[in-house]
Design a protein around this ligand. Structure first.
Ligand SMILES: Nc1ncnc2c1ncn2[C@@H]1O[C@H](COP(=O)(O)OS(=O)(=O)O)[C@@H](OP(=O)(O)O)[C@H]1O
Ligand SMILES: Nc1ncnc2c1ncn2[C@@H]1O[C@H](COP(=O)(O)OP(=O)(O)O)[C@@H](O)[C@H]1O
Length: 200
């Protein structure tokens, strides 16, 4: 990065934007295996918040990979860059006063730590969408596990690349046992508890 770049002073700050929105903003980082339920839960939660007049936006890894991240694959460095860019976009949404719900596998602890640092720890909540590999393989909503096992897809998380479980997430939703409705309600309630009270 050039040394000749400077942060610009904004006349309107995040607290003012939050005030205009009527609630605090934050980033909810959903991590978990493919098929664990990140997109499904993220979508339900966005809908529930919308119905309550709370501004949120779902940033889904699959969607990002069709636009801003279309040049990236699934090797280690690409996953890191994928996470970095999503964290930067989530930061912009957060600073705009919107609750960013990120749903991305983000399998590496170090990368999630990087995301937390980009976003700032005060605005970052890590939510582990937990689900056993066996159950994810059984669900296989997009038929990807089958392709990974036959070798058609390489470097597939949980099959031919690792998934590093979060050590100290802010919330765990175990979708092996919890229904979509229950998991989504837990998360919506968690978000509401975090944005309650005076705007910063
Ligand atoms: N090799 C490999 N490993 C994992 N996932 C794969 C792979 N190839 C394609 N897909 C599809 O890409 C989606 C994951 O994108 P993410 O950006 O969330 O992945 S990551 O954070 O970079 O690990 C993932 O979405 P989800 O199934 O919703 O998790 C898959 O649909
Ligand atoms: N408790 C649950 N939470 C979320 N999804 C569930 C649950 N139980 C079953 N499912 C199903 O599992 C699949 C999860 O797929 P998806 O949301 O795309 O996962 P991911 O985004 O993590 O890859 C969906 O078909 C969903 O209906």
């Amino acid at each position: 990065m050039s040394k000749h770049i400077h942060w610009q002073k904004h006349l309107i700050n995040q607290a003012q934007r939050e005030k205009l929105m009527g609630h605090k903003s934050l980033v909810i980082w959903l991590t978990g295996l493919s098929g664990s339920g990140k997109s499904t839960i993220g979508n339900h939660v966005e809908q529930q918040l919308y119905q309550e007049g709370i501004h949120s936006f779902l940033l889904d890894g699959d969607d990002m990979r069709q636009g801003i991240n279309k040049d990236l694959g699934f090797k280690r460095e690409d996953r890191t860059e994928n996470t970095r860019r999503i964290a930067e976009i989530a930061t912009v949404l957060n600073q705009a006063g919107i609750i960013a719900i990120v749903s991305t596998i983000s399998p590496f602890k170090e990368d999630r730590e990087m995301a937390k640092n980009i976003i700032s720890k005060d605005y970052y909540s890590e939510v582990y969408i937990k689900c056993s590999l066996e159950e994810c393989e059984r669900r296989d909503p997009k038929g990807l596990y089958q392709k990974a096992k036959s070798g058609e897809i390489k470097q597939f998380t949980g099959v031919s690349q690792p998934y590093q479980e979060p050590e100290d997430p802010d919330l765990i939703l175990d979708t092996t046992y919890l229904s979509v409705q229950k998991s989504s309600h837990h998360l919506t309630n968690y978000i509401k508890s975090q944005i309650e009270g005076e705007i910063r």
